[in-house]
Design a protein around this ligand. Structure first.
Ligand code: ATP
Length: 586
């Protein structure tokens, strides 16, 4: 080390600190301690490492490009599925992707990218004197990415605090800013008696680096992501939501999307990412309680929403008082804070669900917790075709079975009606007495049943299980009212909703195929226009009531295309992990 300039190779910030410390001629113990600390080799080495990491981090090298490598693999898997015969390379890639070790590496990558660590280490207890206040100085560099944090005025203390840090956003990835941290200064300007909007304007007017002086909140710094995945049962558009604390932080989604709920810390606003999205930053979505409250409120004020109209509370968009985004760097650096709007109005529409037993909870479509069900060789989930009577479920089932009658099997139905001379017991139907069938229904031995012209008809659970256990694919096309009975952890059905095409296309296709009406069992005749309209109406209603149960939709316009879509679905069920209600997997 050069004696004239002992700090020549030191970090300039450290050197400046030491120089200014020398000017403090206090001779106190604290200054001596600080001086010794600043000159220690260990600190020097740490600062060196820190600088290197920051420099490298600027190239984005330390951040995962995506957190869903496994999902991407599955997509590739699907694309390759029916093409393996085309070339050896396809086949080889498919076999590589199927290898458990390879999949384990990808899953591990995703777990690290999502900070899905286990075990969760306890927070470090604050080792400070009660009288003493620890302050942290956080320096961040502005870039194109929003900070991924919101600020608010604490109701009790009146101080500016970090309201929430969005998982996977720049602030979260920096590891330096946590919810609950109190903001004291921004770029040397005290924020005392300032509003969140004032703080935001300081941030917007600053360039280069932004320096925060924060009082850390102990015990709230845990950023471990939750593993919960849900299927959204409604559409959500944050720009139309007047209550969201910050529109820029909202996450839009469509009914049926799978969402990864990364944080449920806030009772009203969860943080989530869309499964499969390549964006790491989480967004705000209404919590289950908030959404349930909104729907109940809507139903009370407008009972029409019970009957097929969209049930999302979506008053016209009001102007957001969230300030515009200030771009910041994605590296452990800064970004702009977004001030937080309070949500007092929301509380007014929250009802105690237990006091509103009139509503069938199942009909409050919010979120359904889901998990991946991995296919097990030789144990294929039954495929259930559901739809409005007359839409063509049975025709599609027959055609699917005809593609490979050894593989696709429909269980033989049971009936209490007397056997006809032309029939064989166990071939067309299994014939049983009414008493026996009633008893078996009571004992839960039927997965679905109904009565027609005084006789009982039904499908025995045992018939379905026998097909499943012999490695074949059971295909069912029951009446839609059987859905609730069928969708159980015992059967774990893959439910395909058969949708009618437009009225015009339905008339055209059914007329061209000389389709027979199923509304009139007595005579063979064509569908009437009114019956077609009925099919569409009842299809909309079934979709409204039970849409959340459907794994897939097939529009029955052209029969060949519909069957080909069903074959693809059957392949997926046999070969891919698919989302099912979480209780089916536990
Ligand atoms: N895509 C289609 N194009 C032309 N005709 C069709 C199509 N789908 C079904 N059909 C015809 O429509 C008629 C009714 O179909 P199907 O019997 O499958 O209805 P379903 O949904 O099973 O009704 P139900 O439950 O009342 O028995 C049949 O004659 C069938 O061949």
């Amino acid at each position: 080390m050069n004696m004239d300039s002992p700090y020549e190779n030191w970090d300039p910030a450290l050197t400046r600190l030491l120089t200014s410390l020398k000017e403090v001629q206090s001779g106190s113990e604290d200054v001596a301690f600080l001086s010794e600390l600043l000159q220690s080799k260990q600190l020097h080495a740490l600062v060196h490492v820190h600088n290197k990491i920051v420099a490298k981090g600027k190239d984005d090298k330390f951040y995962p490009l995506l957190s869903n490598a496994m999902q991407v693999t599955l997509e590739v898997f699907e694309v390759l599925g029916d093409k393996t015969k085309i070339s050896k390379e396809y086949e080889e890639l498919l076999s590589l992707l199927q290898k458990p070790h390879f999949q384990a590496i990808l899953c591990t990558h995703d777990a690290v990218a999502q900070k899905d660590y286990y075990p969760h280490l306890p927070d470090i207890p604050p080792d400070t004197d009660d009288e003493e206040e620890t302050v942290k100085i956080v320096q961040l560099v502005k870039s194109d990415e929003p900070l991924g944090a919101t600020i608010k005025t604490d109701e009790e203390t009146g101080k500016i605090v970090i309201a929430r840090v969005m998982h996977g956003g720049a602030a979260d990835r920096s590891g330096l800013i946590h919810a609950g941290d109190e903001v004291i200064e921004v770029n040397g300007i005290s924020v005392e008696n300032k509003t969140p909007a004032d703080v935001l304007s300081i941030l917007q007017n600053s360039e280069g680096t932004i320096t925060f002086k924060l009082v850390p909140s102990f015990g709230k710094g845990g950023t471990r992501e939750s593993k919960v995945r849900v299927r959204a049962l409604f559409d959500y558009n944050s720009s139309e939501d007047p209550y969201i604390p910050c529109k820029e932080a909202g996450l839009d989604f469509k009914k049926g999307d799978i969402l990864h709920i990364v944080s449920q810390d806030d009772a009203y606003w969860w943080q989530a990412r869309r499964e499969g999205d390549r964006v790491m930053r989480a967004g705000l979505i209404p919590s289950r309680a908030l959404q349930e409250g909104r729907i109940i409120h809507e139903r009370q004020t407008d009972p029409q929403t019970m009957d097929g109209k969209p049930a999302l509370c979506s008053p016209s968009a009001s102007s957001s008082d969230c300030a515009p985004k200030t771009p910041c760097s994605p590296t452990p650096t800064a970004t702009a804070l977004l001030p937080c709007k309070s949500i007092p109005k929301v509380k007014k529409i929250i009802y105690d669900i237990t006091e509103n037993d009139d509503f069938d909870r199942e009909l409050i479509p919010t979120y359904e917790e889901v998990a991946r069900l991995y296919p097990r060789p030789g144990l294929v989930r039954p495929i259930v075709l559901i739809g409005a009577p007359g839409v063509g479920r049975n025709e599609l089932r027959r055609r699917l079975v005809a593609t490979d009658p050894e593989k696709y099997i429909t269980p033989i139905p049971y009936t209490s009606r007397p056997i006809k001379s032309s029939e064989q017991n166990g071939k067309d139907y299994v014939f049983v007495t009414r008493e026996k069938m009633e008893q078996d229904i009571t004992d839960g031995k039927f997965i679905e049943h109904g009565e027609y012209k005084g006789n009982l008809y039904g499908t025995a659970a045992e018939s379905v299980e026998t097909i499943i256990n012999t490695g074949r694919v059971c295909v069912l096309s029951p009446h839609w009212q059987a859905l609730k009975m069928l969708r159980t952890p015992r059967l774990r059905p893959y439910i395909v909703f058969i949708k009618p095409p437009s009225l015009e296309r339905m008339v055209e296709t059914r007329t061209a195929a000389n389709a027979r009406s199923t509304f009139d069992k007595e005579s063979s005749r064509a569908f009437t226009e009114e019956e077609f309209t009925d099919i569409i109406r009842s299809s909309n209603r079934i979709n409204f009531l039970y849409g959340y149960m459907f794994d897939e939709e097939v529009v029955n316009e052209d029969l060949a295309s519909a069957v080909s879509q069903l074959l693809k679905a059957a392949w997926r069920v046999q070969s891919e992990p698919l989302w099912v209600p979480a209780s089916w997997v536990q």
